[in-house]
Design a protein around this ligand. Structure first.
Ligand code: UP5
Ligand code: MG
Length: 192
């Protein structure tokens, strides 16, 4: 168990904005542990958990899984890693998620990395990925629902942290390499 309080950075942005892609880059250069809430939920679903059917429905419908489930998965993954620098990708997605995480862990994020991306760009990326991803939500019908949930429920979380001066916003429309270059200045203090 680490004696230090964990350092958490929330990585937020719309569906297909490039959160997972850039988290992999950050892990490689700055040694964070990447925890994608969506990946944890998909793994939980496949493990035969009692919540499997509920998670599957929520993902296909672009709805947000209750915090009880997601916060526990995140806490377990943080503890199991034995590390103390985390990129939490795709969470918190609504105010309930945010309040539950803060309450259950006592952790406030160091900052929030926010990928700003127009829907047309995200849609094209997701439809392209859908040709091979096998993800139940990479189809036009689910994508529309994911966008709605993002605008109505997730943007307010970003606004909350913006009010605290914690949001570092980057444009996510350029190449993967260019986007990574634009986020690197936020991580210099974590250079290994
Ligand atoms: N790509 C990436 N960057 C690119 C670039 N700069 N130029 C060109 N192409 C680029 O990227 C998406 C695609 O775009 C890839 O093909 C990539 O190569 C390309 P990716 O890095 O995967 O983007 P990301 O933002 O991670 O997209 P993702 O689809 O994972 O975002 P979502 O937020 O929709 O998905 P997530 O897995 O986080 O959540 C899925 C569902 O789980 C949610 O809708 C919800 O139902 C549920 N969920 C919860 O209920 N609670 C949670 O806390 C989390 C999830
Ligand atoms: Mg992702």
């Amino acid at each position: 168990k680490s004696p230090l309080k964990p350092i958490v950075i929330f990585v937020l942005g719309g569906p297909g904005s490039g959160k997972g892609t850039q988290c992999e880059n950050i892990v490689r250069e700055y040694g964070f542990v990447h925890l994608s809430a969506g990946d944890l939920l998909r793994a939980e679903m496949k493990s035969g958990s009692q919540y499997g059917d509920m998670i599957a429905t929520m993902i296909k419908e672009g709805k947000i899984v209750p915090s009880e489930v997601t916060v526990r998965l995140l806490q377990n993954a943080m503890a199991a890693s034995g590390k103390n620098k985390f990129l939490i990708d795709g969470f918190p997605r609504n105010d309930e998620n945010r309040a539950a995480f803060e309450r259950e862990t006592g952790i406030q994020p160091e900052f929030v990395l926010f990928f700003d991306c127009p829907e047309e760009v995200m849609e094209a990326r997701l439809l392209d990925r859908g040709k091979s991803s096998g993800r139940s939500d990479d189809n036009m019908e689910s994508i529309r629902k994911r966008f709605k949930t993002f605008v109505n429920q997730s943007v307010p979380v970003v606004d909350h942290y913006d009010g605290l001066g914690k949001v570092k916003k980057v444009s996510a429309t350029r190449s993967k390499e260019d986007v990574f270059r634009s986020i690197q200045p936020f991580f210099t203090e974590f250079q290994q």
